[in-house]
Design a protein around this ligand. Structure first.
Ligand SMILES: [Ca+2]
Length: 190
């Protein structure tokens, strides 16, 4: 009798289960498996979009130089600097001095741009860095490029030209170096 009662109970449970299935929409195990990933994607989609948007904003800010060193003092720059180097760059400072003693003043620009090299890479280098690098560009009075340095050897926080047309560079720590024009660019004096 007890066995029969247990069987009746089991049958009753199956019957209840059968009623529940009949009342709810038919979902096969295969269908449920197919729906689950789509449901998960729908749940995390807003987070994915927010992360993508944040990444895009951060990339744009980085590309525009938002994460350059804080010690940089952005000075008012000779407006010809942007004309001389129209590609995207961030101009830190500029000065004019007769570096080559020919009686006309060169425009000297201290700037940050993506890459270690100016317009052309040296033949031994295939790749340039995408990060911002500090450069010194020198233009003649009529804005023809005279010298476009690859990345400066040490960061330049400030600079000045003396009455001899030499350029004094100062690192953020205050270390000074003096540079003089020779025919092929600036030469370190000490
Ligand atoms: Ca000159």
């Amino acid at each position: 009798m007890e066995k029969a009662s247990a069987m009746e109970k089991k049958g009753s449970q199956n019957l209840k289960g059968g009623r529940r299935d009949a009342a709810s929409p038919r979902v096969t195990p295969e269908g449920a498996a197919r729906r689950r990933p789509a449901g998960r994607v729908r749940k995390i989609l807003p987070a994915l979009l927010a992360a993508a948007l944040l990444a895009a904003v951060l990339f744009f800010a980085w590309y525009r130089g938002a994460f350059l060193p804080r010690w940089i003092v952005w000075e008012e720059v000779d407006e010809r600097a942007a004309e001389a180097y129209p590609r995207f760059a961030r101009f830190q400072s500029s000065l004019t001095a007769d570096l080559d003693h020919d009686g006309t003043e060169e425009l000297v620009v201290l700037l940050w741009k993506h890459g270690r090299y100016a317009d052309h890479k040296p033949f031994w280098t295939r790749r340039d860095t995408p990060r911002f690098v500090q450069h010194i560009f020198i233009y003649s009075e009529d804005l023809k490029p005279r010298w476009m340095s690859s990345g400066v050897p040490a960061p330049v926080a400030r600079w000045e030209a003396d009455e001899h047309g030499r350029i004094h560079l100062f690192t953020p720590e205050g270390e000074e170096s003096v540079w003089e024009w020779n025919r092929f660019g600036l030469r370190l004096l000490g």
